[in-house]
Design a protein around this ligand. Sequence first.
Ligand code: ADP
Length: 448
Amino acid sequence: MNRLVIVANRVPNPRERGATAGGLAVALKDALTRREALWFGWSGQIAEATAAEPTELRVGRITYATLDLGREDYRRFYQGFANGSLWPTLHYRLGLAHFSREDHAGYRKVNAAFAATLAPMLRPDDTVWAHDFHLFPFAAELRRRGGRQRIGFFLHVPFPPGGLFCALPRAEELLADLAAYDVIGVQTEDDAGNLREALAAAGQAEAAARVQAFPIGIEAEPFTALAEKAMEKRETERFRTSLVDRALIVGVDRLDYTKGLPQRFCGYGQLLARFKGHRSKVTYLQVAPVSRGDVAQYRALRRELDEWVGRINGAYAEPDWAPLRYMTRAVARPVLAGFMRMARVGLVTPLRDGMNLVAKEYIAAQDPDDPGVLVLSRFAGAVAQLPGALLVNPLDPDEIAEALDQALSMRREERRARFEDCAVSVREEGARAWCRNFLGVLEGANDA
Ligand code: ADP
């Protein structure tokens, strides 16, 4: 079988196992064990200048080839254009986007540097798969250097309507870049429709025909096993004891402005204000590890959340009850899975999300005999696979409060039926299937 080359901004460190392994590494695990592979991208380290030669490390049949990023490139490419311009725009948040020509030039420069370093390492029959919004121009840069391989692209985040995307300066250039990919994968049919329209409007009708939705999933079985096993852990028992038979609502998100956390806290406050019967009978645990802590918008969000926690606990706490428990530390996956299994409600309300794997993990963690209820934003990509969830508009705290009340009061029969409606696709449309589907289309159905 020919070699698979994965190109992604971050490359997992094979020496770090378990909790630190990124979602992408888990999703690609199956494909990477079946064939020889090269994983290429940024090392996560910052140096004086971007390295011209990669550092290589071989583990089994996988070679990890990584580049350190120069300080200026990190600032322009990663913080500036990728996270400061593209991330908010692709999540429909134009008001939070900023643009500078220097950042844009840095973004192109790093894509060109990646392509220049990878090109001589490639074999003619390699299959190349580039991931996410950091790499729109990557295939075009590789083609410019003579790359004739099959090159696929998968966008893990949403793609907004073309009119919104094209408000970003140089958007047409990014769309033209995408045309160099043989397959352009996105998470949902909505994203696919938006991207096709944007490409067609930019005169890239042929590329529009190469856009396809491939919803990403999780490997449900191992996560269920993790959650079951967590029930025997001492940490889980201690946590359960601390709840004193109160119903648990759980939220698990990176601390990011796309996750709708202030609105979610406000919604929980509304539950306690309007549905007084739940006071003292429910505990909401929000785990939100800090991400991108060096960006001002993220620091401001953290302050805002601190205020919400103080306001809610200040208004409703009893000497023996804190309504909202909030942690900004990461929690190990095996412990997290147990919290999810214990929770009567999984609260997942991003303002916009490419997919949202936490929603699927919450379902996988449940006890099918006595499952909890998923309260889910209608703007998460996962909605299409989770028809049993209670859907909310994440901008409407009252709607969140009403859904929480409904979920907390729901009878077991209805909980079971809703859970089954979600569990089918969580079990069947996993990470492995996602990977095979994408590569099947990229390589032609016969040799996938
Ligand atoms: P995003 O990729 O935007 O962060 P997803 O929901 O798609 O959102 O994926 C997040 C992944 O990170 C999930 O697998 C989730 O379990 C994990 N995760 C999120 N928060 C934590 C946390 N506090 N501790 C450990 N893992 C977390």
